[in-house]
Design a protein around this ligand. Structure first.
Ligand SMILES: NC(=O)c1ccc[n+]([C@@H]2O[C@H](COP(=O)([O-])OP(=O)(O)OC[C@H]3O[C@@H](n4cnc5c(N)ncnc54)[C@H](OP(=O)(O)O)[C@@H]3O)[C@@H](O)[C@H]2O)c1
Length: 310
């Protein structure tokens, strides 16, 4: 079968090649992938992995062969989900009980953007508990994860403040429902704090200043380092003001505690009902994967890039 492979001999570092077909275990279904999407972090891996690495997390497609143990959807069912690598392929195998059905009325392309970019903020927001009337701060709010986080927090009844680094992208956070501030760290939003829940995928100065804005007994859920891998932080405020929690979220680990199926269904239903909008800037054939990875790494796009596996 054909699949996207990292190839360090290629100028772009990536190409479509031929690899062995995956063999499903008894609890796994075999899926013909119709669409997949790019996530910034997997494109960064494409840039640094060795030849032979197979990128790709999200997928949407059709069940070719149901799980042999009888679990999960039948042959021909339209499904979507995420695997830990290699979804930029014609075929994937996945545990059948984690596959979510694609709701009537939605296409493969519309749900292929949801797994990683939707489950991450959904599970992060969950750490904040009941959010009605709570103050929530979202950093990196011009990204897809940030934009979905804002919308889900607003749907939960929270008051949402967002930080973006570029003024020209503040509209992304505002359209999602937040009051947006532009800055290199979170101090610009101090007047709107303290915050009961902070979601940070930026790290660096964003995270260190966000922790100073945490309400007593608040929680900061940290899940990415888009801005920096380092943080300089004076920890005294963190306990002197009365305590708080810093929670490091890894989606893969969260999914081992509770599978993704029901949350994927929730996200897709919100999209179908017009209550959640995921911006898509490009939907195109995977044959131009080199250029798509380049565009993602350069952050030329604001929304998702969807690849059709044709
Ligand atoms: N822990 C997990 O399991 C998990 C799962 C999914 C995602 N993540 C992480 O979540 C974060 C957000 O995801 P995303 O898909 O929205 O990714 P993203 O595109 O890397 O992040 C978007 C945000 O980061 C900002 N940004 C990018 N580079 C920056 C830099 N050098 N300095 C300051 N700001 C920068 C962008 O601003 P501009 O729009 O101005 O470029 C945008 O607001 C990422 O770090 C990703 O790796 C973690």
């Amino acid at each position: 079968m054909r699949a996207v492979i990292v190839d360090r001999a290629e100028p772009s570092g990536v190409r479509i090649g031929t690899v062995p077909e995956p063999e499903p275990a008894p609890h796994q279904a075999l899926i013909r992938v119709r669409a997949t999407s790019l996530n910034p972090a997997e494109c960064r891996r494409v840039a640094r992995e060795e030849t032979g690495f197979r990128p790709g997390w999200d997928f949407a497609g059709d069940v070719l062969r149901p799980a042999a143990d009888g679990s999960g959807p039948p042959q021909g069912a339209r499904v979507f989900g995420n695997i830990s690598g290699g979804s930029w392929s014609e075929l994937v195998v996945h545990r059948a009980d984690w596959l979510a059905p694609i709701p009537e009325g939605l296409g493969y392309e519309q749900v292929a953007v949801l797994p990683i970019a939707g489950l991450t903020p959904l599970r992060a927001l969950e750490r904040g508990g009941f959010l009605l009337g709570r103050r929530v701060l979202v950093t990196g709010a011009s990204g897809v994860v940030g934009s979905i986080a804002i919308q889900l927090a607003r749907l939960s009844g929270a008051l949402v403040v967002a930080i973006v680094r570029r003024a020209e992208r503040a509209h992304v956070a505002e359209e999602a429902g937040a009051t947006a501030f532009v800055g290199d760290d979170c101090r610009v939003a101090a007047e709107r704090g303290p915050f009961d829940l902070i979601l940070d995928g930026q790290s660096g100065a964003y995270l260190s200043t966000a922790l100073d804005l945490l309400a007593k007994d608040g929680i900061c859920v940290f899940f990415g380092t888009s801005a920096s891998n380092e943080i300089h932080w004076d920890p005294r405020n963190f306990y002197l003001k009365g305590g708080g929690t810093l929670y490091g979220l890894a989606l893969g680990h969260e999914l081992t505690k509770r599978g993704p199926r029901d949350d994927l269904v929730r996200l897709a239903d919100l999209v179908r009902a017009g209550r959640l909008a995921v911006r898509v800037d490009a939907t195109t054939s995977w044959r131009v994967v080199s250029d798509l990875v380049r565009r993602q790494l350069a952050r030329e796009t604001i929304g998702k890039i969807v690849m059709q596996v044709d």
